[in-house]
Every structure is written in C-alpha cells, then in structure tokens.
Design a protein around this ligand. Sequence first.
Ligand code: NAI
Length: 272
Amino acid sequence: MAYGLLKGKRGIISGALDEKSIAWKVALKAKEEGATFTLTNAPIAMRMGAIKQLAEQCEAEIIPADATSTDDLTNLFTKSQEVLGGKVDFVLHSIGMSPNIRKGRAYTDLNYDWFKQSVDISALSFHKMLQTAYKMDAISEWGSVVALTYMAAQRTFPFYTDMAEAKAMLESIARSFGYHYGKYRKVRVNTVSQSPTVTTAGSGIGGFDKFYGFADSMAPLGNASAEDCANYVVSLFSDFTRMVTMQNLFHDGGFAMTGVSEEVMQMMQNQQ
Ligand code: NAI
C-alpha cells in the first residue's frame, strides 16, 4: 500500500546494479511513494544494462557517475537539477566495493593500493557527494541524505577485511557532515546499518551464506530484507523523520543488540 510519503520530492539514487541491489528496491519504493528521481551508477556498471529496465519502470533518467570523481558528481547534481526541475530533496549513497575482498586477500595480507581504492569508493565517495552538493547548494532545506553501512564498523567480522575500515569512515562522515549540512540548510545525514542481504556486493564476501544463516538465527526478527530496507530508507527521506540526523541506524531485526539467541545456543549444543 502506498502512502504518498514522497509526493512532490525529487531525489538521486545511486547503486542500482540489478534487481537484487538494495538501491533497486529503494527506487521502486520511492516511485511508489510519489517521488521523481534520477538514477546513477559507475559508467562500467551501465554496460550490464539492467539499470535501463529500472529507469523505464521508474520513468527516471540515468546519469552515469563514478562516485570517486568530483567532476562526475558535479555533472550528476547539475543534470539532476535540470531534469527534475529544482534542488533535490533526497540522496541515496548505496555504493561499496573492495578489491581486496574481490581478490580474496586476508585482512593480514592486504594490498594497500587496493585498500585505498576500497576507502575511496566506499567511504570518501560519500564525502565527495556531500561536499559537491554543499558547494553547489543542490539539496533543499530539510533534505535527507542516507548511506548504507554494515555493523563491521563497530564489531569485528573477520571476513569483512578492509570494508570494516571503510564503513567506520563512512559512518564518521555522516556524523561530521551531518553537523555542517544541518547548520547550513537543515539537511540531515544518516547511515542505515543493514542486515546481511543477498546482493552482488553482499554475496562477494567470504563465508556469506553461513553468516547470513547465523545472523538470521541471532536476530529476534530475523534478517531484514532489501525490501524492508527500502521501506526504512523511504521513511528517512520523508518528512516524518525531519529531526533525525548524524545517526547510524541499525536496520537488522535486532541483531546488533542480541548477545546470543536460543537458536544459536541450540546449534552449539547439537554440535557437542
Ligand atoms: P550491489 O552490488 O547491488 O551495489 C553496490 C553498488 O556500488 C553497485 O551498483 C556498483 O555498481 C556500485 N559502485 C561500485 N563502484 C562504484 C563507483 N566507483 N561509482 C559509483 N558506483 C559504484 O550491492 P548492495 O548490497 O545493494 O550494496 C549497496 C550498499 O549496501 C553498499 O554500500 C553495501 O556495502 C551496503 N550493505 C550491503 C549489505 C549486504 O549484505 N548486501 C549489508 C549492509 C550494507
């Protein structure tokens, strides 16, 4: 059921690669709730073509941008404002990639050039997005910016390797820029810390299947799906959350607050 939560709002949604992407679900939900928006992804991701299907469904224009390039981001905000007919009200950062994870490097054997790329793509790009928008004054008063993150920023998950550092930085940028953008234009900036989700980025992480099951058994509500995440993100873009800013918001069915669950205790017992 649609509530018209984003009626009249304009936005930019990054990171929709295929229909499993969290950003893909956010786009469909934002459309359903009445928003108009542009879609963006790295030029290389465009070649896969799936995003065109989403663009048709959402009547959205695609503006390619490598999120590590401030020139591309300037073009993204300029064109988006042209296409949408004014400043944007919401922005989704749904971007992450670690060459070290892709190439199976352990945390104790990281390649530092790749580490820099992980941080540039997955964290600095968020600062670049915000700084570009800030300098161009491209986000309306009371606008909302959300980035997706993972709990490895707070607690160690050995298989998450250098993405843990990237996510810690991403969350810190939300706090720091949230202060400055709040003062400047009452724009709020938050991160949503999502459950393990079966997507291209998610499943690329070593041991993902087993860990997905573990998290599902730990969380009293089970893992949050990509659709649930989209609902939450849309609520953060809406006017109902105007005073929420500089937060890292767990969207994980209660995983982060659970020490151990009866199901996990039972599994341990069964192994003895
Ligand atoms: P996905 O693989 O569908 O999305 C990642 C996106 O990042 C892709 O669309 C990719 O093209 C884009 N990207 C990579 N390099 C880029 C660049 N230089 N410029 C612009 N875009 C670039 O996977 P998913 O899971 O939807 O990921 C979205 C976000 O959610 C990421 O930040 C991820 O870390 C985060 N997240 C994912 C979880 C999971 O288990 N899948 C859990 C918690 C957070």
